[in-house]
Design a protein around this ligand. Structure first.
Ligand code: URA
Length: 247
């Protein structure tokens, strides 16, 4: 059954989907590149709603107000929207996901890999990043040397005091592997600059590889190779907050 929605001008809908600015949207219409339910429109004041199919050059305009993308960030790419020297996480997502106001929700270092969430929804990003919300982030850290595991667990749980005096919130540490370089899982509830590296530095160890494997209750999709991305479903999005293992 179709929904009864408020109709809006077609140029407004196109710009609200992050495809073009309002004036660019008007131009697209004027040039005959926009169709409404299969018929070219040349007047931007024509109105449409969610039940209508809008296309630009034959490609459907998403009905979703915001987009949420899971990227498996590779090494060497920066968590930014633009950079003079390096490729950004926004540069490497496929064109079909691209919108004007995309940004990474939270920063990963250039040499950190894994789950990078890219969106154009500022309120959502604020909600999952705000330290007061305590949404967890899970990392796998490979170290150059073993640490005293019991001491590490206790320090992380009590809240590491960084060299600059910053007192961190309680974090969880578990040992995953010692067969080659020691590998640990760390769950933190905030996202300070170089946090994981500085936490291990406080125990005298250097992080040689770091991967984010989950944000709240949503794990990185193992089917995504480094550099690959996909859209996050509505249920997955909810699970970030709802399935988060609070501690
Ligand atoms: N902690 C770090 O040290 N680096 C990251 O990229 C993320 C968390």
């Amino acid at each position: 059954m179709s929904k009864a929605n408020k109709k809006e001008r077609i140029d407004k809908i196109i710009s609200s989907r992050g495809i073009a600015s309002r004036s660019e949207a008007k131009l697209l219409v004027k040039k005959g590149q926009v169709a409404l339910n299969g018929a070219i429109v040349t007047d931007s004041s024509v109105k449409a709603d969610e039940n209508d199919l809008i296309t630009i050059d034959g490609k459907a305009v998403s009905q979703e107000r915001y987009v949420y993308i899971m990227l498996n960030k590779p090494v060497g790419v920066v968590s930014a929207t633009d950079d003079k020297r390096y490729k950004t996480v926004v540069d490497i997502i496929p064109d079909e996901f691209k919108r004007r106001n995309l940004f990474p929700a939270g920063r990963l270092d250039k040499d950190t890999t894994g789950f990078c969430l890219i969106t154009d929804d500022g309120d959502f990003a604020h909600n999952i990043l705000s330290p007061s919300k305590h949404i967890t982030k899970t990392y796998i850290a490979t170290l150059d040397s073993l640490i005293d595991y019991e001491e590490g667990r206790r320090c992380f749980e009590e809240g590491v005091v960084l060299k600059d005096g910053t007192v961190l919130l309680s974090a969880k540490l578990s040992l995953l592997d010692t067969s080659d370089k020691p590998v640990y899982k760390v769950i933190i509830k905030e996202g300070k600059y170089h946090q994981i590296k500085r936490m291990f530095a406080s125990l005298g160890a250097k992080v040689v590889a770091l991967e984010r494997v989950a944000m709240g209750g949503l794990a990185l999709d193992e089917a995504l190779n480094p550099g690959e991305s996909r859209l996050i479903t509505a249920d997955e999005l909810k699970s970030i907050v709802e399935n988060d293992e609070r501690f």
